[in-house]
Design a protein around this ligand. Structure first.
Ligand code: 13P
Length: 250
């Protein structure tokens, strides 16, 4: 089954509502994308960006995080139903900044994956090793462990909705992107793990993105790899001209 390409922009903690509006308008002005394009603004800008994208085919919105509970006394948190209500289709889960700065655990991320699927959201589950883990020869072990823990309890029937993002921690925001061969190697390893979990047919439905210092100049080298189905872009997604160069337009 052919997997459709997904080019995602993680805006992180950037863009006021006014700035987000300008960025979304700039992207819409470039025309309809041929790839699926996912915009992940901060929570505060999700609604406004949604208004601007209404009736614009090819564009989707996602959040950058959420809580796993449906409601309750969780000050400062956002639940899956709140994102679904805003028309979000995706939610990034387990981003390395959540894992490392906010100490999110695999068990918490797993609960979030289950909650996202239960609320009709497509999880973008992020995995990736640190420089230290890579140098110790543990990259596949770490990433495979994050994958299995994150997906525990999820069913093969969810495969078509699941997106994985391989983001080596050392490549994020560093300007030191992984080599395309390394990205392909890890994407193929992840797909192999999915085959073991869910079987070949389901594994072939899961989209796997590469993230970490992706730019308009290097994105094609990643997209040329057979198991890399798109990119999760941070810094280079914050400017309409740059981001617009990273996906195909009709
Ligand atoms: P950069 O593209 O800025 O390296 O960020 C990658 C990332 O963390 C996307 O989620």
């Amino acid at each position: 089954m052919a997997r459709s390409r997904l080019i995602a922009g993680n805006w992180k903690m950037h863009k006021t509502v006014g700035e987000a509006e300008a960025l979304a308008r700039g992207l819409v002005a470039l025309g309809e994308p041929a790839d699926q394009v996912l915009l992940c603004p901060p929570f505060t800008a999700l609604a406004r960006v949604g208004e601007l994208l209404r009736g614009q085919p090819g564009f989707f919105r996602g959040a950058q995080n959420m809580h796993w509970e449906g409601a309750g006394a969780f000050t400062g948190e956002i639940c899956p139903g709140m994102l679904a209500e805003l028309g979000c289709a995706f939610v990034i889960l387990g981003h390395s900044e959540r894992r490392h700065i906010f100490r999110e655990t695999d068990a918490e991320i797993n609960r979030k994956v289950g909650a996202a699927l239960g609320a009709g959201l497509a999880p973008v589950l992020c995995v990736g090793e640190t420089q230290e883990e890579r140098e110790a020869g543990r990259a596949q072990g770490v990433v495979g462990g994050q994958l299995r823990a994150g997906l525990a309890g999820a069913a093969a029937a969810e495969a078509a909705r699941l997106v994985l993002a391989y983001e080596p921690v050392w490549a994020i925001g560093s300007g030191l992107a992984a080599g395309p061969g390394d990205a392909q190697g890890m994407a193929a390893f992840l797909r192999g793990e999915l085959v073991q979990l869910w079987g070949r047919e389901a594994a072939d439905e899961v989209r796997i993105l590469y993230g970490g210092s992706v730019t308009p100049d290097n994105i094609e080298t990643f997209l040329a790899e057979g198991d890399v189905d798109g990119a999760l872009v941070g810094g280079a997604s914050l400017d309409a001209g740059n981001f617009g160069r990273m996906y195909r337009r009709k």
